[in-house]
Design a protein around this ligand. Structure first.
Ligand code: BG6
Length: 520
């Protein structure tokens, strides 16, 4: 929603008196971010170049075709490799978490957080992906971070691969289309799980694994090239995805073997599709679209590809190569819990041309007339989160974990930094009632879902700090409850400033959600 727009009165805002249930004891309240969007230090500590380090800043007046912003070609990658320094490549500087991590952990502790969902940059551990031995400096960075988090009572929830793989594996091997990459990932997974046994109890394998089909470069390190004559251009994405499923199953096995106390989750960008009308054709289309989103979790939670996707491959002539034993491996190594991101819902119709479009996370959708949209055109649908939680719980009956939910918005920094010369104190602040409202509306629905009987491990708000947007590479599409003083060109002090939402989130955790009953 834009700042001055409130959600329409469609019953999305249950009154506190009508709210029921409560958050369970030990609920993992936290924040979430990814290495490639937050760390910076792209050439420090022995780190290699990753696929995210070569994505240039792109200004886009039109955010409807979001996926166009995330693509890379051989030419753009070559240009990026020839470009030293961080200028023009926002993910190279991120929010400089690499330089500020101790201060940031202190801020998270001040908020009382119980969890930090984060990712390891594969390129800090294996700079090109193919080294025989890991980079000790990279391993030490995360060891110190996890140790410090635990000292502060913050549980690290760690994604092995969040839109990040060594660039060498992209350019030389073809990203996840190559079966060999499974072996490199296995070595990486064994290295980090072994090293951090006892420090990390919650592992996620691949962030939003369904991105590989939506945006193959970001999700699977697949550079778009002309396919061979007669080959469906989507085939590369499905092949890359199959290799990721195999790698995820192997990583799950590794965690269960090396650290039996730890748990492993899959991670889906859950995009629920509503039918545009009550026309049965629209309803069947929405069901198909939902099944094509959920087949990923069918593989990772149930251990098998669904009939829907197998039929789709047959109908479209898509051939996915599976090695002998792959299907048994997938069946034998399912995850312990299902984590997902939720930002919005989508709309399905057999006649999309009848409707207008709006932007969205990773792709655009038919505009839902019942929902307001954010500044970036994403549907604002808190009630949809209750629907998704119930739906996932009914389908899979494994614990759920909301590991991303939050609002990208333009924030205004007011006041001034401390001035030693004049003795002036730091008066900087950010008033972001729209972000607090976003959390309130969504979390009231989460509470309803818990009352409905859903088992939920935790909620980690995206992104804690302001981070570089995955799709638009903007810093100024701000997600944090902590402001990072930097602009889209990477200029600024990188000072951290507590937003109003920081103080609200602190209350949320301290009251285990009871603050949601305060009038908003
Ligand atoms: C999720 C990703 O899809 O959405 C995050 O896992 C991303 O990496 C988040 O930042 C928000 O999307 P964006 O494009 O606004 O940064």
């Amino acid at each position: 929603m834009s700042h001055d727009t409130t959600a329409p009165a469609t019953g999305t805002d249950p009154s506190p008196a009508g709210a029921s249930g409560a958050f369970p004891d030990g609920f993992l309240w936290g924040v979430a971010f990814a290495a490639n969007q937050v760390e910076g230090g792209f050439d420090q500590g022995g780190k290699g170049l990753s696929q995210a380090d070569v994505i240039p800043h792109r200004t886009a007046g039109d955010y409807v075709d979001i996926s166009a912003l995330m693509k890379a070609s051989d030419a753009t990658i070559a240009e990026a490799i020839a470009s030293p320094g961080a200028a023009g490549y926002p993910k190279r500087s991120g929010s400089d978490f690499y330089g500020h991590w101790q201060e940031d952990v202190d801020l998270f502790a001040e908020m009382g957080l119980k969890a930090l969902r984060m990712s390891i940059a594969w390129t800090r551990i294996f700079p090109t992906g193919i080294e025989a031995e890991p980079n000790e400096e990279g391993l030490l960075f995360y060891e110190r971070l996890f140790t410090r988090l635990r000292e502060k009572g913050i549980e690290p929830v760690v994604t092995m691969s969040h839109y990040e793989m060594p660039l060498h594996l992209v350019t030389v091997y073809g990203g996840w289309t190559s079966r060999e990459v499974v072996g490199f990932f296995q070595r990486y997974a064994r290295t980090i799980v072994g090293r951090y046994a006892g420090l990390v109890r919650y592992w996620l394998t691949f962030n939003e694994i369904n991105t590989t089909l939506i945006e193959p470069y970001t999700g699977g390190g697949v550079i778009e090239r002309e396919p061979a004559p007669g080959v469906d251009p989507r085939q590369a994405g499905y092949q890359a995805l199959h290799h990721q499923f195999v790698a995820s199953a192997l990583a799950t096995k590794i965690v269960h073997e090396l650290d039996p106390a730890a748990q492993v989750g899959c991670m889906l960008a859950r995009m629920s599709h509503y039918p545009a009308s009550s026309d049965p054709a629209d309803i069947v289309k929405a069901q198909f679209d939902n099944n094509m989103n959920l087949f990923h979790t069918d593989v990772q939670v149930r251990g098998r590809y669904s009939g829907t996707v197998r039929r789709f491959w047959r109908d479209q002539g898509i051939q996915v190569e599976m090695a002998p034993g792959d299907e048994e491996l997938l069946a034998a190594n399912t995850v312990d819990f299902l984590s997902f991101s939720y930002y919005m819902s989508l709309v399905s119709s057999v006649s999309p041309e009848k409707y207008g479009a709006t932007g969205g996370n990773l792709f655009s959708t038919i505009k839902n007339p019942h929902l307001a949209t954010t500044e970036w055109g994403w549907h604002f649908d808190p009630e949809g989160l209750r629907y998704v939680l119930n739906d996932l719980w009914d389908r899979y009956q494994v614990p759920l974990f909301i590991v991303e939910n939050g609002l990208g918005a333009t924030d205004v920094l007011e006041g001034a930094a401390a001035d030693a010369a004049t003795g002036g104190s730091d008066t900087r602040q950010v008033h972001d009632p729209y972000r607090i409202d976003y959390f309130v509306q969504h979390l009231r629905q989460v509470r309803e879902a818990i009352a409905d009987g859903v088992t939920l491990l935790g909620y980690t708000a995206w992104g804690g700090l302001d981070i570089i947007s995955a799709s638009t590479s903007q810093m100024t599409k701000r997600y944090g409850v902590i402001y990072v003083d930097a602009d889209d060109a990477g200029q600024g002090s990188y000072d951290r400033v507590r937003k109003d939402s920081f103080h609200w989130y602190q209350q949320l955790v301290a009251t285990n959600g009871a603050v949601l009953d305060a009038p908003s």
